[in-house]
Design a protein around this ligand. Structure first.
Ligand code: CA
Length: 472
């Protein structure tokens, strides 16, 4: 009996060693070995329900932060991504500090009024009103104490009647200064002059499609008001629209072909849903941002395509794809140094993504190390779950002057503890910086100012993955 046990234990030990070795097997690549099904997402993170606007020389993107692992029970904290050119995006810290721990969904853009900025997120299931002096915050509740009560307290909410509830506020200020708010289930009302509560009758817009609707989008172009509303969800999310030449309150005309966006199996876009429309200042260029089904509806990414109009003002159906629109402002930005080879301590096994509603969905995500240097925000390297000694290395091919390193970690809204090291020969390493104080930002930037061939990051805490790593 003892002998049997001994043999069993040694068999387990050998198996454990083999599995451990397999899990920790480093993988080197110069190119990804697999296709990237998630293309050129707007930002290197999982975001949904985006509201994008340009203020001065900066684009701001407010959104729901996805990927927190418990479906719709939770969300990431409020962060605002900014960009000067619409290609390079970053965020620093939390823009609505009192909402940091709350379920923070679908913020509107920060609307300029009364010399300040107002934002309308859905917090713990109710629309709230925040105010700040600048579009990047910090925001606080516009009324009452700067504190969120659960499950529901009317203090600070947009709709004072608890029976009504409502999600997904979209706020529009007309040329005459009158503010309006649209929200889920096709609701619209005027806003008070102080921007903090609805005023007058709450109306419901009558549309040809009558199923449940959320994520309204509203904008004005050449004297025409456009109202976009969603139908469905998951892989079958769609946008339809109506237009009015009279008022944001209607009446609305609905063109015969009033579909704005829908799934396109050819381009790999499933369920283009809750997003926004924005305009580039000083142009007639409009863009449509949408979330995509991603990794089963709560791990989504956001994409942008052009929105085009016919001569009569009707909207052309958007040819949705995952390729992005590139730079929207002509800003000089430095090019990252070319990387010859990347090596990761391990690679997570492929993720097969099962459909929810559309049986045509056939999607597998791979986590190749080379996805961390492919210039695409939709693809990422992830370490194996069993990898307790996780690292990732860049080889530039020869020693080069490196000024700085910018790492876009996976899940940047939950901080990372990491050590950055450099080497000229790949054998002798020196520590360039060590991050023990977790900070919430993307990218994580480190001054290097050294001549090196190799850089290596050891991820000690936080999600063990990288969307993109650029060195300059
Ligand atoms: Ca990538």
């Amino acid at each position: 009996m003892k002998e049997t046990m001994k043999r069993l234990f040694s068999a387990i030990a050998i198996l454990w060693l083999v599995v451990g070795k397999m899990a920790a097997q480093p993988v080197s690549q110069s190119q990804p070995a697999h296709a990237n099904p998630f293309g050129r997402a707007l930002v290197p993170d999982m975001i949904a329900d985006a509201s994008i606007q340009q203020v001065g020389d900066t684009f701001y993107c407010y959104a729901t932060t996805d990927g927190y692992g418990r479906g719709l029970e939770t969300s990431g904290p409020p962060v605002v991504w900014t960009s000067k050119d619409f290609v390079n995006w970053r965020f620093d810290g939390i823009y609505f500090p009192s909402a940091r721990q709350e379920k923070y969904w679908a913020p509107s853009k920060a609307v300029a009024a009364n010399g300040r900025y107002y934002i309308y997120p859905t917090v713990n299931g109710y629309m709230h009103v925040g105010v700040a002096d600048a579009p990047e915050g910090p925001f606080r509740l516009a009324r009452g104490a700067d504190k969120f009560e659960r499950p529901y307290a009317p203090e600070g909410t947009l709709l004072q009647d608890s029976d009504r509830g409502g999600i997904d506020a979209e706020v529009f200020v007309d040329d005459d200064g009158t503010p309006y708010v649209f929200w889920g289930r096709r609701h619209v009302a005027r806003l008070s002059a102080d921007m903090t509560v609805t005023e007058g009758e709450i109306q419901t817009i009558q549309t040809p499609q009558t199923a449940y609707s959320e994520g309204p989008i509203f904008f004005k172009r050449k004297g025409i008001y456009y109202y976009l509303y969603t139908i469905g969800g998951d892989e079958n999310y769609q946008y339809y629209y109506g237009m009015s030449r009279t008022s944001p309150l209607g009446p609305y005309d609905f063109p015969a072909d009033n579909l704005v966006s829908t799934t396109d199996v050819q381009t790999g876009v499933y369920g283009p849903g809750h997003g926004c429309v924005f305009n580039v200042s000083g142009t007639d260029d409009f863009y449509f941002a949408f979330l995509e089904f991603g990794r089963r509806s709560t791990n989504r990414q956001t994409y942008v395509n052009r929105l085009e109009f016919n001569a009569d003002g009707t909207i052309r159906r958007v040819a949705v794809d995952l390729n992005g629109v590139g730079k929207l402002r002509n800003v000089k930005t430095p090019k990252p140094l070319p990387v010859r080879l990347v090596t990761a301590s391990s690679v997570r096994p492929a993720l097969q993504i099962a459909p929810i509603a559309n049986p045509n969905l056939n999607r597998t995500e791979y986590f190749d190390p080379a996805f961390a240097t492919d210039g695409a925000n939709g693809s990422r390297w992830m370490a194996a779950d069993t990898d307790r000694d996780c690292w990732f290395m860049l080889d530039l091919g020869k020693a080069r002057k490196i000024r700085r390193s910018e790492i876009f970690f996976v899940r940047p809204t939950a901080p990372h503890v990491y050590t950055l090291e450099g080497s000229t020969d790949g054998t002798t390493w020196r520590t360039l910086s060590r991050h023990t104080e977790p900070t919430i930002c993307a990218p994580q930037t480190d001054r290097v100012d050294a001549r090196l061939r190799y850089l290596r990051v050891k991820i000690e805490d936080g999600e063990r993955g990288i969307w993109e790593w650029n060195v300059y």
